[in-house]
Design a protein around this ligand. Structure first.
Ligand code: HEC
Length: 186
């Protein structure tokens, strides 16, 4: 066995190892909730606030009875926004709950019952397999919430798994991943 052969064998082996690692890596590494996802979610919140779609002076729609896993009472608003060079439709769903929650109570004092703000933003070219939606779950103050595993709920949540925003929204009629309407179906 020559040294040369050993060397080549080593190189080939390393390349195989690197190749295998890159195949495995996406499954092991966080496909969502990265620092970049959280930063992007922050920019998205600012743009929504600027358009009065979230925050203290947010435009409100009529509260309605919710379904799991979104709150007991919901209110949903469709709009359009821009983040950097990305521009597209956005859907904001406010999730309300807590003692005494009802449609009337929420209509009268939305901020008292607001538990979370779930958002889908159509980000051109971001995730073609999933209609390019960027998913995020914010607390009422705009901070990005975490799942029970401590992962930030922002980005392609939780692509490739059987749970989470993407997995559940795939069941929405029209193939656009939106339950409430099929306006963005293509
Ligand atoms: C187990 C299923 C399920 C999961 C998980 C889920 N959703 Fe939903 N989502 C729904 C259903 C059902 C509706 C329609 C509810 C309604 O308005 O009556 C909905 C509605 C929405 C809407 C309004 C647009 C639409 O599809 O009608 C947004 C925005 C939204 N969800 C965001 C999210 C985000 C972000 C996550 C993840 C953090 C998430 N959802 C996780 C089931 C789910």
């Amino acid at each position: 066995m020559t040294r040369q052969w050993l060397k080549q064998g080593f190189i080939a082996g390393s390349l195989l190892a690197v190749g295998a690692a890159s195949l495995v890596a996406p499954a092991l590494g966080a496909p969502f909730g990265t620092r970049a996802d959280v930063a992007y979610a922050g920019q998205l919140w600012s743009s929504l606030k600027y358009r009065h779609l979230v925050g203290k002076h947010a435009i409100m729609s009529t509260p309605y009875q919710g379904t799991h896993p979104h709150g007991a009472i919901l209110d949903t608003i469709d709009g359009w926004t821009r983040v950097g060079n990305d521009a597209g439709p956005v859907i904001i769903k406010r999730n309300y709950g807590g003692p005494g929650v009802s449609k009337t109570a929420v209509a009268n004092n939305p901020r008292k019952f607001l538990k979370a703000v779930t958002v889908m933003f159509k980000r051109p070219g971001y995730d073609p397999e999933n209609q390019d939606w960027f998913w995020v779950k914010y607390g009422p103050d705009g901070s990005v919430l975490k799942n029970p595993k401590g992962m930030f709920l922002a980005g392609r949540v939780a692509k490739g798994t059987g749970k989470g925003c993407i997995a559940c929204h795939k069941a929405a009629p029209g193939g656009d991943m939106v339950f409430n309407h099929d306006r963005y179906a293509r």
